[in-house]
Design a protein around this ligand. Sequence first.
Ligand code: MTE
Ligand code: MO
Length: 308
Amino acid sequence: MLIRKPSSIRSSEITPRGVYLNRRQLLSGAAALGAFSGLARPALAKFDGLAKSKYSTTEPETPYQVVTSYNNYYEFGTAKDQPAKYAGTLRTRPWTVSVEGEVAKPRVFDIDEILKLAPLEERIYRHRCVEGWSIVVPWVGYSLSEILKRVEPTSEAKFVAFQSLYDRKQMPQGVYAGIQLPYVEGLRMDEAMNPLALLCVGLYGDVLPNQDGAPVRMVLPWKYGFKSIKSIVKIRLVKKQPPSTWNIENSHEYGFYSNVNPSVDHPRWSQATERRLGDFFKRPTQMFNGYGNEVAQMYAGMDLRKYF
Ligand SMILES: Nc1nc2c(c(=O)[nH]1)N[C@H]1C(S)=C(S)[C@@H](COP(=O)(O)O)O[C@H]1N2
Ligand SMILES: [Mo]
């Protein structure tokens, strides 16, 4: 048995969530008073009694205010503070996700069906953006495999292609994004079926704020953040490797796999270290963002410099 010293016990285990959040909000006073003000966490979280995932890290969570005010969501602007300002125009209901392609039972899922399809878990994941910052977020969701197995993939299904909503009316900043929209992403079938691949409907025990990709997004903790596509409307199982947004924009800088890899630098900067938001000092980046035990075997024998 592992006997933990008191300092290693998460405050969430000994304090009701609302209370410890308030304490942490006080502790992160600089952030709360500065750029991150005006975004209080809803007092009553939607999800309770969430199962704790065995895949959760015990590292300190990045404050809610930071996770919901420092975002990449180009459909709502390219500056980090713009999604929180502008994503209020996103209508997240009604919402459907079509799961289609090389499957025996294609189906359009309503967001309310998605919420009830499998038991929701809390998964506290490290999330590493290709730009060199990282966060730790208690996401809510279940493995993507849960929804994929319900549509019965055929033997022809080799990859999964994802598509975000793109509606110019709801996303007027999208025309300045400088990237082709709708945002698209992809995974190889085994990556999509890996239990770590999270279909995510919430964070901090509540539904996703719009700027974080409401009402449903992917979270792929061993890959750079841009693989974790937001506000998904279509999931298509396909035979061939599908296009992915940043690879379309610049295939020299962004590969299809985009696994976190400290020894493969971005052409314009090093990927050896990262800054956890809120920290002063940088820390070393870990291979597969520290998820090698769960994912490394999927890439055995692959040249990860070539397939970056
Ligand atoms: N549709 C869409 N999904 C997206 C993006 C985007 O611009 N549009 N940005 C990606 C990038 S670069 C990152 S780092 C993460 C950021 O997620 P977060 O804002 O919840 O931290 O979302 C990813 N998913
Ligand atoms: Mo990113």
